[in-house]
Design a protein around this ligand. Sequence first.
Ligand code: SF4
Length: 714
Amino acid sequence: IRAAAPGETPATCPYCGVGCGVLIEHDGTRITGVRGDPAHPANFGRLCTKGSTLHLTAGHDTRLLYPEYRARRGEARTRMGWDAAIDVAAQRFADVIAEHGPDAVAFYISGQLLTEDYYVFNKAMKGLIGSNNVDTNSRLCMSSAVAAYKATLGADAPPCCYEDFDHADTILIAGANPAWAHPVAFRRIEEARARRPGMKIVVVDPRRTDTAAMADLHLAILPGTDVWLFDAMLHVLLRDGLADEAWIAAHTEGFEALRAHVHGVSPAVAAAVCGVAAEDIVTAARWWGEAPAALSLWCQGLNQSTHGTHNGAALIALSLATGKIGRPGCGPFSLTGQPNAMGGREVGGLANLLPAHRDLANPAHRAEVARLWGVDSVPSEPGLTAVELFRAAREGRVKAIWIACTNPAQSMPEQALVHEALAACDFVVLQEAFAGTETAAFADLVLPAAAWGEKEGTVTNSERRISRVRAAVPAPGEARADWRIVCDFARALAPRIGKPQAAAMFAYASAQAIFAEHVASTAGRDLDITGLDYSLLEGEGPQQWPFPAGAAVDGADAAARARLYADGRFATPNGRARFVVPARALTAEKTGVRYPLALTSGRLRDQWHGMSRSGKVARLYGHADEARIELHPQELARRGLVDGDLVKVSSRHGELVLRVAAASALRHGMAFVGMHWGRRALNSAGINLLFGGACDPLSKQPELKHAAVRIEPV
Ligand code: SF4
């Protein structure tokens, strides 16, 4: 085991998509400490505040320890053995399928599951049950980036790597605050700039975040105006001769339509829409166009939008129009929110995907997957995506839902509807490590899952790097690995739905066996990893994909893996990257007289998602000890409010009572709140009850970065 001392087990941090390697210190039964893995190429030993306090989250006081069940709503759940729990789950799912068909059941899973967990959930729904109703909280996170990559580059493959931070002359960070959300990656950017002071950093964000504070240029655009900004930057690149016309002609298609589209979007036109100075747009475009190497980074600020796909496509167009892709320090690079949103995408664990980047809409791909799994067919109709799924449940079209490793009763938008949906379902299963989440209140059957430090498997980080995750200690009580729970359920379900022979599809002895099947499914695909197995990952360390059979771990093969499309050939049928003409929509929800403030939300530096884990660590409250809604000081003053006052925050979707905080980092007319706070902090379900369910029609990602609100003193 690389760099690990006796009593240390290598794993990865279970928080963000940077995917830092950790060494878990333990005595075989208890986790006692954690340190960064100096041999892991994502972090070289460095950890942020969340990662370095992971061992403090490993106690068992808030863990689910035993299966619990209630036969009727309104009753308390009581402890049940595993065999009985699996039988109940299988029988009740089978009953719903028999009466209402396979599309009346659904899985709602998580980007925090390991790749092996994701693989068997996907196979159970699409290969056994015969529905595509498996979606995930990654829908709230990266689905717009997925759709943008596929529309432009032809595959869901982030083309860059962290080493590109060291080579970029200009870095354009749009809709991301890596200083808080991806701290170890951000530190690498800071160090790169310290070594190369000529590097320019441009940050596009309505807030003056810590990331924006270190930028050479901060474009504090109005919410939802990103496409206008990127179109105007392209306008300047063309006007000033900074586009690479020869490269465009040789390697792309569709550019003339985009050229015509941006012709009228001068910096002055965009400045009026975006609320920034025209000369700043020109500066940003020139820094991009004149830099020998230019890199863009983006995250939820672009993705969580009703035009998130076009936000991403318009940003990617800047790389394509200047031929700045496939070279060191160049390209469009989506920062993944969750630790394994990438792995989930690789195994096709969303309602519109199939394993190994195959397309649901492609009959040949469906036939390949059916052959791989040994089933007659996989269904062709896309399943329900996250927002659609809970709407369908409220309407009675989904009767049974299985939720794993996520907390939709707190994290989904339009929470009132989600709560009604969960209450309306005949049967709700919750597979979860932590007790007392908002979703647990709705669950008829609770299944205790193993957590970080207790599980074997793999994850993939933002730069396509697959790492082994290892168990250091046994899971507490009767908690089990997620993949094992799913396989036990699938084997029990198969005979009950008339497919007894299908039980053999889930006869895995280990996570390693599942990984081997996933590996085989990637043969010949853009993410071919037929050269990988557990022993190579353990012996040689984490590896980027693609890693086909026969590839070497180092040398030219490793260099080729570091960044994709170096030969100018893309993953489209004709090898040409595609320019997309983006719609210049604004936010779906409008501010106005009744709701005059534009509310946005985001990660705080020291908390994670709904705080099930990070909320256990006292020292992580030192940075932010309670939920506060931030406004510009003059916005507070003209309402007669002072820092610390309590206010009622109302949107079209719900209301909360929060304390206000003065923040000159915000534009007038805007408000910000950390995304993490839930019932224990708010006496209400969660911050996202203020946000609606309007979605990007292409990616089906909801507009979680914007809601129109008003505040009133209480
Ligand atoms: Fe964990 Fe992300 Fe921090 Fe790394 S940067 S230690 S992966 S939270």
